[in-house]
Design a protein around this ligand. Structure first.
Ligand SMILES: [Zn+2]
Length: 211
């Protein structure tokens, strides 16, 4: 997704998403230092947010208690914005709490994973602006944002897809063709069986959207 030389391999999703005993056959792509080591704090941020999703499986709950919680204890910068914005959201789901997220920071990691998976799947770069949509990130009134509304139109697709991924309790993904062009694909991902994404390319763009 960039023109820098690759000096290492990057895991997609990042290694920190996987409990130690599940780090087998992880997906890797060549990476430059900027898009590997230098995003590790953001990787941790995205992992922390995702493992707090109330719809996730037990693997996620265990990983939250094992890793995300100690990440918060280590880093006041990661913990504070979540703690100060915690709100009761039991009107949405019993015992649920809501918190605010830094969506640009979060989306950067989701897009990074999406570009890596595309490269791994097709052997060339996804030269499109791409947008992650999900129904697990809500507006403050707990309704979907406009991307979440688009996401909901893809919900039926999830049942028909053949997902890939050696550790489906943590992560699985599938691409479908949205048109005939080599970049016209839509990516579906599910983290911990409960946090889904649909990553959509901008049909008119001709470059990547990593910043
Ligand atoms: Zn790079």
């Amino acid at each position: 997704m960039c023109i820098n030389d690759s000096t290492s391999v990057e895991h997609a999703p990042p290694k920190c998403f996987f409990p130690k005993e599940m780090r087998t056959n992880l997906i890797t792509v060549p990476s430059c230092p900027i898009h590997n080591e230098e995003t590790s704090k953001d990787d941790e941020y995205a992992r922390n947010v995702i493992t707090m999703c109330i719809e996730n499986n037990q693997t996620s709950n265990n990983h939250f208690l094992d890793k995300s919680l100690s990440s918060f204890k280590r880093s006041i910068g990661l913990a504070m914005p979540i703690l100060v914005s915690l709100k009761d959201a039991s009107f949405y789901k019993l015992n649920a709490m809501s918190f605010q997220i830094d969506r640009p920071r979060f989306d950067r990691i989701i897009r990074k994973i999406a570009y890596a998976l595309f490269f791994r799947e097709y052997g060339y770069t996804w030269e499109k602006l791409i947008t992650p949509s999900t129904n697990q990130i809500k507006m403050s009134n707990m309704e979907n944002d406009y991307l979440g509304v688009i996401f909901e139109t893809f919900l039926d697709e999830f049942d028909t897809l053949k997902f890939k991924g050696e550790n489906p309790l943590v992560f699985k993904y599938a691409f479908i063709n949205s048109d005939v062009g080599k970049y016209d694909k839509v990516l579906f991902m599910i983290f911990y069986e409960g946090f889904p994404f649909c990553v959509l390319p901008d049909a008119k763009s001709d470059h990547c959207s990593f910043d």
